[in-house]
Design a protein around this ligand. Structure first.
Ligand code: PDD
Length: 276
């Protein structure tokens, strides 16, 4: 297995970073996850643009052009050119003596790797999810490598034998532990607005565009926990989740069997066509 680390392709065993890397000490970095499908890197530009935006937001001086230029190099070294795979990339603020304030003139640590990964055209899972308090910070728009709140709530979902945790902040549903969440009510698609309480997912943006193409009305407004019972359909979105129907959310059962809502199916089918 190969890793791209600071300008070089190395084997996974040789991909080593300093214990003084701020990514390790503080979770001081940004990451991205993207997939390569039949028709190439899926929304590569959107992912790289978000990476650059996030780096700018936290003042890491780094130009994602290096990553862009080396993606093919990584895929080739990993024998994954033209194969379905997942690419993980992260950029941290680099190696410096432990001090909270940003160090000056330190090069960023850049790491990426790819692994074989296939995605069905339509996610067959009808997800079950629990509701968990969203105790994360107030900058969830930043795709930070500090993910304790996300992993703790996801772990709670796994321990409850469900697939995901939907997070509740101030009485409203923000997003999933590693997904965005949508609802459907009377034919309108509803989702939390893209503010500092959610990550503005690339899949979320694609789904909103598909709604507009398909003339499905959209309202970007937060759904309160106590409104869930009145919703007709719900689904999660994400790079590795795609568009996944929700059968059960907290105490609300949307479907008892493999049934999937009309609007959800329509969006799943339209989403699947994007890779053709
Ligand atoms: N997760 N919200 C959160 C908190 C996420 O971590 C993610 C992505 C999303 C969906 O974003 P996108 O559609 O751009 O993948 C929403 C990635 C896949 C992960 O952490 O593995």
């Amino acid at each position: 297995k190969k890793v791209y680390l600071n300008g070089k392709i190395v084997s996974a065993e040789d991909a080593k970073i300093s214990v003084f890397d701020r990514g390790f000490l503080f979770g001081d970095g940004i990451y991205e996850v993207m997939v390569q499908l039949e028709n190439g890197l899926f929304y590569k530009k959107a992912h790289l643009d978000r990476l650059q935006d996030n780096l700018n937001k936290i003042g890491i001086q780094y130009n994602i052009k290096e990553i862009d230029d080396n993606l093919e190099v990584l895929l080739k070294a990993s024998n994954l050119t033209d194969q379905s795979c997942l690419i993980y990339m992260q950029v941290t603020r680099g190696v410096a003596p432990r001090k909270h304030s940003y160090p000056k003139g330190v090069p960023a640590t850049v790491m990426m790797y790819a692994l074989p990964f296939s995605l069905p055209h339509i996610n067959p899972k009808n997800m079950k999810a629990i509701l968990e308090p969203d105790f994360r910070w107030h900058r969830c728009d930043i795709k930070s490598t500090s993910l304790l709140g996300n992993i703790m709530t996801n772990e709670a979902a796994m321990n409850a034998n469900t697939n995901e945790a939907a997070l509740v902040r101030d009485g409203v549903i923000s997003e999933g532990s590693h997904t965005n969440i949508f609802f459907v009510k009377d034919g309108t698609v509803l989702t939390h607005p893209a503010n500092e309480h959610i990550l503005n997912g690339i899949t979320r943006k694609i789904v909103l565009k598909l709604c507009s193409d398909l003339d499905i009305p959209v309202n970007e407004k937060p759904i309160a926990e106590n409104e869930i019972e009145h919703m007709d359909e719900a689904f999660f979105t994400g790079t590795t989740t795609q568009v996944a129907s929700i059968a059960q959310l907290g105490s609300r059962t949307f479907y008892k069997n493999d049934e999937i809502g009309k609007v959800t199916i329509k969006l799943q089918k339209a989403f699947a066509q994007l890779r053709e």
